[in-house]
Design a protein around this ligand. Structure first.
Ligand SMILES: *[C@@H]1O[C@H](CO)[C@@H](O)[C@H](O)[C@H]1NC(C)=O
Ligand SMILES: *[C@@H]1O[C@H](CO)[C@@H](O)[C@H](O)[C@H]1NC(C)=O
Ligand SMILES: *[C@@H]1O[C@H](CO)[C@@H](O)[C@H](O)[C@H]1NC(C)=O
Ligand SMILES: *[C@@H]1O[C@H](CO)[C@@H](O)[C@H](O)[C@H]1NC(C)=O
Ligand SMILES: *[C@@H]1O[C@H](CO)[C@@H](O)[C@H](O)[C@H]1NC(C)=O
Ligand SMILES: *[C@@H]1O[C@H](CO)[C@@H](O)[C@H](O)[C@H]1NC(C)=O
Ligand SMILES: *[C@@H]1O[C@H](CO)[C@@H](O)[C@H](O)[C@H]1NC(C)=O
Ligand SMILES: *[C@@H]1O[C@H](CO)[C@@H](O)[C@H](O)[C@H]1NC(C)=O
Ligand SMILES: *[C@@H]1O[C@H](CO)[C@@H](O)[C@H](O)[C@H]1NC(C)=O
Ligand SMILES: *[C@@H]1O[C@H](CO)[C@@H](O)[C@H](O)[C@H]1NC(C)=O
Ligand SMILES: *[C@@H]1O[C@H](CO)[C@@H](O)[C@H](O)[C@H]1NC(C)=O
Ligand SMILES: *[C@@H]1O[C@H](CO)[C@@H](O)[C@H](O)[C@H]1NC(C)=O
Ligand SMILES: [Cu+2]
Length: 558
């Protein structure tokens, strides 16, 4: 009897020890960048991968954990990785954009990314942040709540990650280089992918769709990530509803929808209950584009499959959303509101120190080396950002002059009717490597105004180093007198990538409480390549806790 009790006691002690140590505060990952062939991608052309996986490995952590990723580059490309949406408080050296916060990790080199996750929980993504490598070098980040802290929604039975992407038959960098040579827009992708599966692709016998396995009656937390390069997407499952609970690792007030709208760089976490007849259901992604810009219009057709189904033909939906279904995108965006509970308050800045207007769009410059004689470019406030060869953060930290200037225009130098009749406009832009300087803890409002020069287009704009609140949006030109009266300063959605509507505007607010140099750019890779990017330089505050950390010893050099 005594020995029996003793054994139970020892067992319980071991269980307790296990429970208290099971969650390491430091999570170690090895990222080996290697080339790999995939027959499901219809060819023998190897792609750049992390650990031979496409999508790459999922990074799991809890809020407050430190993540250490040791990257070894064994591929014949320069590479960097961005932990998209991770705040990187004072740890800008681990943010990742090439020539902004670090030099590339060259073939044969190693770099250790080291960051702590503070005040965030939900789904994010990581991806390469150099040339077009993120086409195949990307994966999910799952941040679980702190130990013992429940989700603010019903606990799901299971969790599933769905990564959406775009795939080219050619090397993605070759597609980008085509623009450099011709000056013309590069080719659209050859297929969309769901977790690396392109669905049926013309002239490709080895391609197939992804299958999401579910069990009748169970609820699934779907962590949806748009890792595509250039396309906003719709995501649908026949006969099933989603309850959206979080975007960009920020909880939202739950709402129901049968269609998800998601732009590159955005993440959406939603509950899906397998509450239909046991069977197979079509799951599909299709592009959104409400203006005359070419997109890959191939729908990726995949399947949700119930356990024990004997059905061969999936239940389909009558049609994917129309390519130009703007109202469906607005319905989705407008439904997003911060949870704004006592535990998760929406701390919207109310007094603004810097009120900025950034006009974003496409232009055309003469180009002597381009086969077309011109080059399509993109700009913010008419500045086409030219990448430096010394990273901005190093230049700032080590006082290296001649790399950038801090005179980025906070408002357009020459205002015009941005969304009006601009048919006779001069479409040229100015080159520049200019940043906008902010004092520590200052508050910022940026109205992102789309223009109609060349073609109006919606832009998913991403800010590194911060979350922001999307306080308003509208069509046409922003009206600085009347539009602020329509702002939601109570429960606006908090996120890191917003949708600027076609020929319209959207306003964001944030507090500059993270010292460093932080990239802001369109997350359509094609627009970033063309120059739709800039950076904020946030000065140190007082003392070490308000200052950027010293750079790590293994920081790559150029
Ligand atoms: C990919 O397949 C091609 C053709 O079979 C082969 O030449 C190449 O070595 C393979 N590459 C890798 C990284 O496996
Ligand atoms: C990660 O950074 C912290 C400082 O924030 C440092 O103490 C720690 O040694 C670093 N770890 C590694 C493995 O570089
Ligand atoms: C782009 O598309 C054209 C026409 O289909 C094709 O000839 C060309 O090879 C493609 N370019 C790349 C880099 O794949
Ligand atoms: C498929 O292959 C056929 C025959 O080679 C060709 O005519 C057709 O254009 C191809 N279709 C696509 C979509 O590539
Ligand atoms: C998709 O685009 C191709 C080429 O641009 C075109 O031939 C085809 O008709 C389009 N399909 C649909 C469904 O719009
Ligand atoms: C602007 O920068 C690009 C490189 O990004 C260069 O090719 C082009 O010549 C520059 N244009 C001018 C007018 O300096
Ligand atoms: C850069 O300049 C600032 C102020 O001018 C100075 O405080 C800092 O020590 C300098 N940093 C380096 C690395 O020289
Ligand atoms: C801008 O252009 C639009 C469309 O042509 C027109 O309706 C609007 O009145 C113009 N706004 C101003 C301020 O001129
Ligand atoms: C736009 O302006 C051009 C040149 O001023 C004019 O010819 C054209 O009719 C205008 N278009 C519209 C829709 O107002
Ligand atoms: C943008 O800059 C170019 C080059 O300096 C100039 O020609 C053009 O008028 C400017 N456009 C605007 C809208 O400021
Ligand atoms: C930032 O500013 C706010 C008020 O604008 C103030 O309440 C807060 O204490 C400041 N934070 C720091 C770290 O200085
Ligand atoms: C790789 O990065 C280094 C350092 O910036 C640069 O010198 C080199 O040209 C890059 N290689 C390629 C292929 O871009
Ligand atoms: Cu864009």
């Amino acid at each position: 009897m005594a020995s029996w009790v003793g054994s139970v006691m020892i067992f319980l002690a071991v269980v307790c020890l296990f429970l208290t140590t099971v969650e390491p505060k430091v999570r170690h990952y090895n990222f080996n960048v290697v080339m790999k062939n995939f027959t499901r991608l219809c060819g023998t052309k190897p792609i750049v991968t992390v650990n031979g996986m496409f999508p790459g490995p999922t990074l799991y952590a809890r809020e407050d954990d430190t993540v250490i990723v040791k990257l070894v580059n064994n591929a014949p490309y320069n590479i960097t990785i961005h932990w998209h949406g991770i705040r990187q408080l004072r740890s800008g050296w681990s943010d990742g954009p090439a020539y902004v916060t670090q030099c590339p990790i060259q073939t044969g080199q190693t770099y250790v990314y080291n960051f702590t996750i503070t005040g965030q929980r939900g789904t994010l993504l990581w991806h390469a942040h150099i040339t077009w490598l993120r086409a195949t070098v990307h994966g999910a980040i799952v941040i679980l709540p702190k130990h013992g802290v429940p989700y603010p929604f019903p606990k799901p039975d299971h969790e599933k990650i769905i990564v959406l992407g775009e795939w080219w038959k050619s090397d993605a960098d070759a597609v980008m280089n085509q623009w450099m040579q011709t000056g013309l827009p590069p080719n659209v992708s050859d297929a969309h992918t769901i977790n690396g599966f392109p669905g049926p692709v013309p002239n490709c016998t080895t391609s197939k769709g992804y299958t999401l396995h579910v069990e009748s009656g169970k609820t699934y937390l779907i962590r949806l990530i748009n890792a595509a390069l250039n396309e906003d997407l719709f995501f649908k499952v026949a006969k099933h509803q989603f309850t959206v609970v979080e975007v960009d690792a920020c909880y939202v007030k739950p709402f129901e929808t049968d269609t998800m709208y998601i732009a590159p760089g955005q993440t959406t976490t939603a509950l899906l209950t397998a509450n239909q007849k046991v069977g197979k259901y079509m799951m599909a992604i299709s592009p959104f584009m409400d203006t005359s810009v070419a997109v890959d219009n191939l729908t990726d057709i995949s399947t949700v499959r119930y356990k024990n189904t004997k059905t061969y033909t999936p239940t389909t939906f009558s049609a994917v959303p129309a390519k130009n279904a703007t109202p469906e995108t607005f319905q989705f965006i407008d439904a997003l509101k911060s949870l704004n509970s006592p535990k998760y308050p929406a701390l919207v800045p109310l007094n603004i120190d810097h009120s900025l207007l950034f006009v974003v769009g496409v232009g055309v410059n003469p180009c002597a080396t381009c086969s077309s004689g011109n080059r399509v470019v993109a700009s913010i406030n008419n500045v086409t950002f030219v990448m430096p060869t010394t990273p901005l953060l190093q230049a700032y930290y080590y006082n290296i002059s001649g790399v950038f200037t801090d005179d980025f225009p906070g408002t357009p130098v020459m205002p015009y009717n941005y969304t009006g009749n601009v048919t006779t406009m001069n479409m040229q832009t100015k080159n520049g490597t200019r940043v906008y300087r902010l004092a520590y803890n200052s508050t910022v409002q940026v109205v992102l105004q789309g223009n109609a020069v060349v073609a109006p287009e919606s832009h998913p704009i991403h800010l590194h180093g911060f979350n922001f609140f999307v306080v308003g949006k509208g069509s046409g030109n922003f009206d600085p007198v009347n539009d602020p009266n329509t702002f939601n300063l109570v429960d606006p959605v908090e996120r890191n990538t917003l949708n600027v509507p076609t020929a319209g505007w959207a306003a964001i607010r944030f507090r500059a409480d993270n010292p460093g140099v932080w990239f802001l750019h369109c997350h359509l890779e094609v627009h970033t390549t063309w120059g739709l990017k800039m950076a904020f330089l946030v000065e140190n505050g007082e003392g070490p806790n308000e200052s950027i950390m010293p750079p790590p010893k293994d920081l790559p050099t150029c």
